[in-house]
Write a protein that binds this ligand. Structure first.
Ligand code: DGL
Length: 289
């Protein structure tokens, strides 16, 4: 495995681009191979076994196409598939976003953590379990937000509907006097304007919550692992990022640059439900580099 190999990053859709954009900022020499499972988005309301059944073949695909590391830029996948993926690929570092999110919150002094997440992540109990493993005395309140992901996927993050949903989902966290709110779904950082605006109204002025986006901490953790294993990209690397979508290629090609804040030129459709499980990007006409 060489430093020039890509880092595989995946999510159900555009949410993981909130993690990808931090890679571009913090580790700009690293090449990304991004997979958006937009044929199956949203994951959040699905049975946890079904989500695991999506996440593991995506890991296989990323590893088969040369990924030197896999980042589950998807909370629900991190909650239900991380252990199984690590067992399946013992030689590849695979990380999720939940532990980094909790670590970032605790480092900022959180005592009453609110978690906004999808129904599946909340049902898994992964945030509360992780927080209590790291600090048994911390309080955790989780709230499921089923309206959020479709709003982000449809480009409606700044809409009146998004603001109304933000208010609805923040109310229980305000009643619980949370000092810190973890964005426990990678789509939610794209709703930060609606969330901060409604928190400003709902929480007392002198007790405004801190919002934690796990993405930065996740990328820093990835950087430490790459350095430890001596597989970081060399400073001279000129990465060529590739974006795969199981859904409509043209839609992702339109959305990508908006969420990334930069170009997403190389977008390819990949159907992991087809018989061709051993999909290779090279066979699809794209060099793996
Ligand atoms: N963005 C994903 C997460 O972090 C999944 C959202 C969904 O598809 O429901 O959980």
């Amino acid at each position: 495995m060489t430093g020039n190999a890509p880092i595989g990053v995946f999510d159900s859709g555009v949410g993981g681009l909130s993690v990808a954009r931090q890679f571009l900022r913090i580790l700009p020499n690293e090449e990304l191979l991004y997979f958006a499972d937009t044929a199956h988005v949203p994951y959040g309301g699905r049975p946890l076994d079904e989500v695991r059944g999506f996440a593991l073949p995506i890991c296989d695909f990323l590893v088969a196409n040369g990924a030197k590391m896999v980042v589950m830029a998807c909370n629900i996948s991190s909650a239900v598939a991380l252990d199984a993926a690590r067992l399946q690929h013992p030689d590849i570092p695979i990380i999720g976003v939940i532990a980094p999110g909790v670590q970032a919150a605790l480092r900022q002094g959180a005592r009453r953590i609110g978690v906004l997440a999808t129904q599946g992540t909340v049902s898994s109990g992964a945030y509360t379990a992780t927080a209590h493993r790291l600090d048994p005395t911390v309080n955790v309140v989780e709230n499921a937000c089923p309206r959020f992901v479709p709003l982000v996927e449809d480009g409606l993050s700044e809409s009146a509907d998004a603001i109304d949903a933000a208010r609805t989902y923040l109310e229980p966290l305000s009643r619980a006097s949370c000092d810190t709110i973890i964005l426990g779904c990678t789509h939610y950082p794209f709703l930060i304007n609606a969330l901060t605006r409604e928190a400003g109204d709902l929480f007392p002025a002198d007790h405004q919550p801190r919002f934690v986006d796990p993405a930065g901490e996740t990328v820093r953790e990835a950087g430490v692992i790459l350095a430890d294993r001596a597989i970081a990209a060399p400073p001279s690397a000129t990465p060529h990022h590739r974006y795969c979508t199981s859904g409509e290629r043209a839609k992702f090609a339109r959305q990508g640059p908006i969420f990334l804040g930069g170009p997403a030129d190389d977008v390819i459709h990949v159907d992991l439900d087809s018989q061709e499980r051993s999909y290779s990007l090279a066979r699809l006409g794209r060099g793996v580099g």
